[in-house]
Ligand binder design. Structure first.
Ligand SMILES: [Zn+2]
Ligand SMILES: [Zn+2]
Length: 275
């Protein structure tokens, strides 16, 4: 499988990249080798502001198999309104979506996601999104199979109901691989379990040591805390993401390298990471 960051900017879109959104993709050949339907599989982790536009550079949104939303801050879910319009009004929706079956697209997320997105879109009275987006709450779905991919949510430490997601699927090199996406979180036991022994840890690192960590805890990781997480969990590779525009990326990277001896890099939108 591969991870393709669509947007990596922290807390709001930046001039070069949208807010958080990450594609996890499995090719038809990998799916077939793993005993699943031989077609490309596409799962999207978060769809923050600005990301729906960039997403269309990589695939037709009608071909998404599932969406996972970590939490309801706009930098992780605002563009669900655009996705809804695309699914509802696209002229070829009926023939392209779900192999012509036209089933609604599953959207896993916090328990209040459906009402939140309906309000953000401005749904009229009597109108429902359920024919296009099927909202499913993470607490009621602790383990989800999407073709060759298995998704497992872990509640993490942020001011609102937030889930990191662990994704297991066919490795690009053969066998099975696992990646974990933290969503937004501060350090906690649950995020260590989320990241336990993963091949790739995609970790937010919005805060900077000495600048933000003295303000409040329970919101974000720093580069150092992301590195500590990777070390404690035994992650084999670390990608930092969700840096707001005012961060110096070199500082966040140096923090992470000070607390984690494995390979560390910044997640870059449009770059493919084989897992
Ligand atoms: Zn965020
Ligand atoms: Zn947040």
């Amino acid at each position: 499988m591969r991870l393709l960051p669509v947007g990596v900017s922290g807390s709001f879109p930046g001039p070069e990249t949208p807010a958080s959104s990450y594609l996890v993709q499995v090719t038809a050949a990998e799916a077939a080798a793993a005993g699943h339907e031989a077609r490309d599989w596409n799962v999207l982790l978060d769809l923050g502001n600005g990301a729906f536009g960039a997403l269309q550079k990589h695939l037709d949104p009608l071909t998404l198999d599932a969406v996972s939303i970590s939490h309801l801050h706009p930098d992780h879910c605002a563009d669900l309104a655009g996705l809804y319009v695309y699914l509802r009004y696209h002229p070829e929706r009926g023939s392209l979506r779900d192999g012509g079956r036209g089933a609604p697209l599953p959207v896993y997320g916090p328990s209040t996601a459906e009402g939140h997105v309906a309000q953000a879109y401005g749904l009229s009275e009597g109108e429902s999104m359920c024919h296009d987006l099927e909202f499913l709450s993470w607490p009621e779905h602790p383990k989800v199979q999407v073709g060759p991919l298995v998704l497992e949510p872990h509640r993490v430490f942020h001011p609102v109901e937030t889930y990191g997601v662990r994704v297991t699927g066919p490795s690009a090199a053969g066998g099975t691989a696992t990646l974990a996406y933290t969503g937004d979180t501060d350090a906690c036991e649950s995020v260590v379990e989320l990241a336990r022994d993963v091949d790739l840890l995609l970790s937010e690192a919005a805060f900077v040591e000495g600048r933000d960590d003295v303000v409040e805890r329970g919101i974000h990781l720093t580069g150092r805390r992301a590195g500590e997480l990777a070390t404690e969990a035994g992650a084999r590779r670390l990608l930092l993401t969700h840096l707001p525009v005012w961060n110096d990326p070199a500082v966040s990277l140096a923090e992470a390298r000070g607390s984690y001896a494995g390979p560390v890099d910044l997640a870059r939108s449009g770059t493919v990471y084989e897992v």
